[in-house]
Write a protein that binds this ligand. Structure first.
Ligand code: PEP
Ligand code: MN
Length: 360
């Protein structure tokens, strides 16, 4: 697949003065709920009304979506509010029904993108469609698998394309529901600058209070739009209750976000600067996180040394680490002086931690 301007023509043709906004509930629950939310989102920045009809749930026994009847509710949304509609499809039967009900934008969910068989089945069912198709990243951080799915659609002559970055699942517990792994999204943008990329702060954070910050980072990294789960009664939503916001909050979020304008030279400079600063902020957070983890491991060593009653400082081991790190640093363009100073500071912190444990 070559980088092609054709992929983003649908977005450019919309001529938006703000990022693309897709909003609506995680799941369609009742006709009344769907229409109430849609009416509250009418005449706002929202461009597409989203709603899950078939819900891929991790475990059985949870609400699995209302099914095809929800497509009729989405048609009503379009008739009554003029909002275009969007839903997730996960097999050929879903695609056929969605097209029959004139859904404007279809997305492939994270649990489907992992399966080339499913993606191919969807691509074949959509062959040549003029609907917009967005591909969520697979649950695992695999850029080739993500791009492979886009490629299958592109080869099926589907040219209104885009991707949704919804974060990646990990075994490790973090403040995110799905870790953003921003570098991966940046790499994708570098390879395919004309492939529209939408951020999904709802599934990245899993928590409504974190949605604004993640949205801002995404815009600073030149994302083209946002997909935000919006519900009139978030706490009582039938799925993803903790991460949904009310239409009122969504409108406020859109108002408060700093939106880049790419008109003149000054703006171009500011965009580049905020893009690079966003990258630095992400890396600095990772540095702090790693240092915290390193100290926890060091605490474990402190406990062992305490049991065995050995000295905190073991200079052979320490000299070996320093020698290694100077070599590793050299390969990455870091001066010996810097590496020495940084590791001495880390070592000192480590000693302080261990001494506290041994003396406790
Ligand atoms: C969703 O958008 O409601 C959804 C199920 O998302 P994901 O595929 O990202 O888990
Ligand atoms: Mn959801």
């Amino acid at each position: 697949m070559e980088n092609s301007k054709q992929m983003r023509k649908w977005l450019d043709d919309m001529n938006l003065s703000h990022p693309l906004v897709i909003a609506g509930p995680c799941s369609a629950e009742t006709e009344e709920q769907v229409l109430k939310i849609a009416h509250e989102l009418k005449d706002t920045d929202v461009n597409y009304f989203r709603s899950g009809i078939w819900k891929p749930r991790t475990r059985p026994g949870n609400f699995e979506g209302v099914g095809a009847i929800g497509l009729k509710w989405l048609q009503k949304v379009k008739e009554e509010t003029g909002l275009k509609t969007a839903t997730e499809v996960a097999n050929k039967a879903h695609v056929d029904l969605a097209l029959e009900h004139d859904i404007d934008l279809l997305w492939i969910g994270a649990r489907s993108t992992v399966s080339p068989f499913i993606v191919q089945e969807i691509a074949d069912a959509l062959k040549g469609t003029d609907k917009i198709v967005l591909v969520k990243n697979p649950v695992n951080p695999d850029l080739s698998l993500w791009l492979g799915a886009v490629e299958r659609l592109y080869s099926a002559d589907i040219k209104k394309l885009g991707v949704i970055h919804r974060g990646f699942s990990t075994y490790e517990k973090t403040k995110y529901r799905n870790i953003p792994e921003w570098q991966l999204a940046i790499e994708l943008q570098t390879k395919f600058p004309d492939l529209p990329i939408i951020n999904d702060p709802s599934h990245i954070t899993g928590k409504r209070d974190m949605i604004f910050d993640v949205s801002q980072t995404a815009l600073d990294l030149n994302f083209d739009g946002l997909i935000i789960e919006t519900h009139c009664d978030p706490d009582n939503a039938w799925s993803d209750a903790a991460q949904q916001v009310t239409p009122k909050t969504l409108i406020q979020i859109m108002k408060d976000l700093r939106i880049r304008k790419e008109t003149d030279e000054e703006a171009e400079y500011n965009n580049n600067l905020s893009n690079l600063r966003a990258q630095i902020d992400i890396l600095d957070n990772q540095l702090i996180d790693l240092l915290g983890k390193r100290m926890k491991v060091s605490d474990g060593i402190g406990e062992l040394k305490k049991q065995k009653n050995v000295a905190v400082l073991q200079s052979n081991r320490w000299n070996a680490i320093l020698g290694n790190m100077i070599l590793e640093g050299e390969q990455r363009g870091l001066s010996e002086e810097f590496v020495l100073r940084m590791f001495k500071a880390i070592h000192q912190e480590s000693i302080n931690h261990q001494e506290k444990i041994i003396n406790s």
